[in-house]
Design a protein. Sequence first.
Length: 85
Amino acid sequence: MNTIQLLYFARLRDAFGCAGEAVSLPGGSRVADLVALLVARGGAFADELGGTRVFRVAVNQEMAHAADAIPAGAEVAIFPPVTGG
């Protein structure tokens, strides 16, 4: 198993009731696997990550895509898109 540090920001932090947590993933897991694991929790996780709501993922402070691998000990941030003016 691979333990990662998961961070939540903005509306996701509010919806999930925490700013982050440690999560164990099987070796070789990808971003899509992590999202599926979180959606399977149901409730706010399914509402925010499993529907049509838009969010972004960064792995070790680099923007990531669903097919990207999550290395052991990674910091993974999940956050809504940010717009500026």
